[in-house]
Design a protein around this ligand. Structure first.
Ligand code: GDD
Ligand code: MN
Length: 373
């Protein structure tokens, strides 16, 4: 066999595994969407809730966000909002104070950090300095907008004591020009909800992520080895044996922001750190007690985030080498791979692989715990 035959066969195998695993997983797991939750949901459950909003230079959106939270159909006396700002330079805290004066009927606290250390440290500052006694603590980004019934719908899942974390499904807003973002979301929403029906999902959304408060304290606040406040604490809770779910009846709108590429890479960085470190972290805490079903979900997602992207890169490299050595097969397959980029879902997928690879490499010198905005 000639060199390029060997290269071609190797890269065809790698490509097949790369695209085959997620496809098989998707087709396998999709049918769980119609399965019941096996959770004792109580529609009338209305526990005390603390909503924590981290802000850094959010002058453009903060009032709209507070208005949005103000419109929640939820008993006011059961609701507390804490905004933690990390030394914004665009007047965000002043806007919050003004808003609070105009809305004295809602319990709003502003916490100001003198220096910016990042979103997760800011949230930990609140957890440490306020003894939160609400049953549920919710983190939500400024650029995420809820429906009036969102809180009510989220709360009812917590009626069941085995539920530890709940996140909403995300739909991108103003995506007319951004098919990629909506295609990314539709694929992942199916996976996340189906995984949640089986037990729990390992990837949650900071647009809205709700926790049973006592668990946040039990794990000693949010871990700071990763910059996220969603997937990591939620998976810790799942590794403790609780359900950590993404529900399909609560949808949160998130506008696509301008610096989408940097944001994608940074989020990928945080996901990579998450999958590399979270399991060991829970073991170290001495709280490791997972259901086998979540273990299996974690294994697949670990593969998809940590190993699988590299197969594509290696296959691509081998194809290029082989093509340079004159392989027609390699040339044809490379051309086909490029031509397929006109397909929306395929392009979304390939880009996501590039983000994960870039993110892994970038983690070697910066973890982006406090990111540029
Ligand atoms: N207090 C504080 N301090 N808040 C911050 C800081 C900070 O240093 N940096 C960012 N924030 C706030 C933002 O104002 C916003 O409300 C929220 O944290 C999320 O930041 P974005 O800049 O909107 O980033 P994102 O939408 O990409 O963040 C998402 O990815 C993270 C993981 O990479 C969110 O979903 C996060 O929740 C998620 O953990
Ligand atoms: Mn955001």
């Amino acid at each position: 066999m000639s060199l390029f035959t060997v290269l071609d066969i190797a890269s065809i195998i790698l490509t097949t595994i790369h695209f085959g695993t997620p496809l098989a997983y998707y087709l396998y797991i999709k049918r769980y969407l119609d399965k019941p939750w096996s959770i004792d949901v109580d529609d009338n459950y209305e526990p005390r809730v603390t909503i924590i909003v981290p802000t850094y230079n959010e002058a453009r959106l903060i009032e709209k966000k507070l208005d949005n939270l103000y419109q929640q159909n939820y008993s006011r006396n059961k609701l507390e909002i804490i905004v933690v700002d990390s030394a914004s330079s665009d007047g965000t805290p002043e806007l919050i104070k003004k808003w609070a004066e105009k809305h004295p009927d809602i319990d709003l606290n502003l916490v100001e950090e003198p220096v910016r250390r990042g979103m997760v440290p800011a949230l930990n500052y609140v957890l440490k300095n306020f003894k939160i006694d609400s049953e549920i603590t919710i983190f939500t980004d400024v650029d995420a907008f809820w429906e009036p019934d969102t809180l009510k719908r989220i709360a009812r899942y917590f009626a069941d004591p085995k539920v530890g974390a709940v996140t909403a499904s995300i739909v991108p807003e103003n995506t007319s020009g951004d098919f990629l973002e909506s295609s990314y979301r539709s694929y992942y929403n199916v996976l996340r909800v189906a995984e949640s029906k089986i037990h729990s999902t390992a990837v949650h959304n900071g647009a809205l992520v709700a926790f049973r408060t006592e668990l946040l304290y039990k794990i000693g606040g949010l871990p700071e080895y990763t910059g996220n406040n969603d997937s990591t604490p939620a998976s810790i809770v799942a590794f403790m044996g609780y359900r950590a779910i993404q529900v399909d009846d609560v949808v949160v709108k998130e506008p696509v922001r301008r610096d989408q590429l940097r944001r994608k890479i940074r989020r990928a960085q945080h996901l990579v750190l998450h999958f590399l470190k979270t399991k060991r972290y829970v073991k170290k805490l001495g709280l490791y007690n997972p259901d086998e079903k979540f273990e299996n979900i974690w294994r697949v997602e670990w593969w998809l985030h940590i190993a699988n992207p590299w197969l594509l890169l290696i296959a691509l490299t081998l194809f290029i080498v082989s093509a340079l050595y004159g392989s027609i097969i390699a040339l044809v397959l490379l051309g086909t791979g490029l031509a397929l980029l006109t397909l929306k879902h395929y392009k979304t997928w390939v880009l996501q692989q590039l983000y994960l690879i870039t993110g892994t490499v970038r983690n070697l010198w910066t973890k982006e715990i406090a990111w540029s905005k």
